[in-house]
Design a protein around this ligand. Sequence first.
Ligand code: VTB
Length: 340
Amino acid sequence: MLGSEHRELRTNQIRGEIMERELALEFVRVTEAAAIASGRLMGRGQKEAADAAAVDAMRAMLDTVQIKGTVVIGEGEMDEAPMLYIGERVGGADFPEVDIAVDPLEGTSLVAKGLPNAIAVLAVAEKGGLLHAPDMYMDKIAVGPEARGCIDFDAPIKDNLARVARAKGRRIEDLTVVILDRDRHARIIREVREAGARIKLITDGDVAPAVATAFGESGVDMLLGIGGAPEGVLAAAALKCLGGEMQARLVPGSPLEAERALAMGLKDIGLVLTLNDLVSSNDVIFAATGITDGDLLRGVRYFGGKASTHSIVMRSKTGTIRLVEATHMLDRKTFVKRGC
Ligand code: VTB
């Protein structure tokens, strides 16, 4: 017979494993809830309302998950008093203690206009495992697993494209690079065009295309350019699970932003951040649900009191990637408001 100490240890081990395994699916329920709530407002031109619906649903659902979570990337600072503020405690248990990065609606304008690639997304890691990226810009380069080890943030764009093309056994002309359509990207757009690669300019939402680089069928080979730093950490969490690569540099817009970046513990703001700098934990879970149709995930569909969702959920420790299609009976959901 096992001694009581042994028994306790064994119970804890089993409990730990079960908790961990169950958690991935718990988190996809959270992004599904946010997607279903905000997807209802697709095309209605109401960015804030769509965001609020996603935040409400995500917040409510997170408290049903058996974790002791702290939001490290969220909807804003505590003094702005939003829900899911940085430092907010979420979850319904005392164990395990985890840090969470959330973007309940990544791409508010995309939902407001019914454009592609809006997602509800979160990443969860052991305490201290995610860079506490302040809300500022970040310059990013991201690729999928085939091109891991082939990118160099400081190298000319044409060299990065040539190396990625070689790694994928393709010509530069065959590659597709996704770039946010912004004036600040005039130089990189010109350089990608000069190198001969194809470009997909997007109006918003650079997390979904960063994740899509890891899936051949998405048709996306690389993400380039300046977007949000919080979105950069979320994309890095996904690429860590997928074996892809990302390099990035913070782009503070003011001395105050630079100070905030230093307060995060970075010695030098100008440093190129690797995937491990962005996500140091080797045990990170990433979950995302499509709100509008995208390169990788289908958007939410509503029909006859039901909704269907398409999600991805992955865990870096085990490398399992799940694409989850779900049908939800809306009248039996606790998080769905009447009339949804
Ligand atoms: C970035 C990007 C996001 O908003 O934060 C962008 O990472 C804001 O950039 O995915 P601008 O200030 O140039 O508009 C998104 O596109 C959507 O939230």
